[in-house]
Ligand binder design. Sequence first.
Ligand code: TK8
Length: 335
Amino acid sequence: MHSFRLLAAAAAFALLGAGTVQAQFLERNLRVSNGVSKEHPMGNGLAKMGECTLAKSGGKLKITPYWDGSLGNDLTATQSVRTGQIEMVLTSTAPLVGILPELGVFDLPFLFNNEKEADQLLDGKVGDWFAAKLPAVGVVNLAWWENGFRHTTNSKRPITRVEDFEGVKMRVMQNNIFIDTFKTLGSNAVPMAFSEVYSALETKTVDGQENPYTNIENMKFYEVQKYLTLTKHAYSPTLVLLSRKAWDTMSTQEQATLKECAAVGREEQRKVNRAKGEQSVANLRSKGMQVNEISPPEMSRIRAKTAVIQEHHGKTIGAEAISLVFGELKRIRGN
Ligand code: TK8
């Protein structure tokens, strides 16, 4: 009799427990705005994240991606997330510097040398410092995902040295640091939302643009761009932003689950982005792009020419963000 009672009590507890857990989750469908197309590694990350939230919530916490800027571009979709019109957006940091100027530090040319140090900085206390500033502007960053290292394409000429930038109409993200960087290199920098880039290249409104390999391939820029130069001139993080309005209605269980599953999605998205990135260069060559690297002496000239950018924008970014990021990079690099 004794063991039966124990069994019954254990079953009741388990049911109650399960019921309590379910009670912690409301039926929710979080719409996520993406500027890229669904074949992009952002899709892999969101698929993993969504599997995770459904599993942990008994099927109640759903993630629904929207693609190709159908809910707006980075900036306008982020504004919609801030007002609560949509729940989530995956966005580069660069277009958001008007909302949080400190994010501009990530746009400084040649800030990161490799993904490893970017991951260490973003997933550590410095990444947390930036994330802690976001709720005040109406969004919660669930994790740092990856846009990636940026390279340059154009339809006029191979870029083999700084002088080759001269006069190239270069689309850049809507961000004064990118505008200044490409003006300083000699280009005519044209700020533009991501969704307009393909047609601007096709109509020769602009001659070139700069993006990670996976974006160049995903958006089929190879159809309208002849030359790809591996400049690796900046690393773009991706923010996984949830509306503060949605966050504030959630139980601690729902909030913890979203952060946990965004981290699961991050590992998948970075892994696929990097694997696909290497494959992308070969794919872009096979699609007819002429791919070149720049010689080390010429890269040194480009780095020297763009070193002034930090002086121009340090004040806008803010001394604290600058010293935090450069201090952490120094620590990570052991120098
Ligand atoms: C996609 C953008 C894109 C970015 C750009 O939403 O605008 O060039 O690199 O990834 O965030």
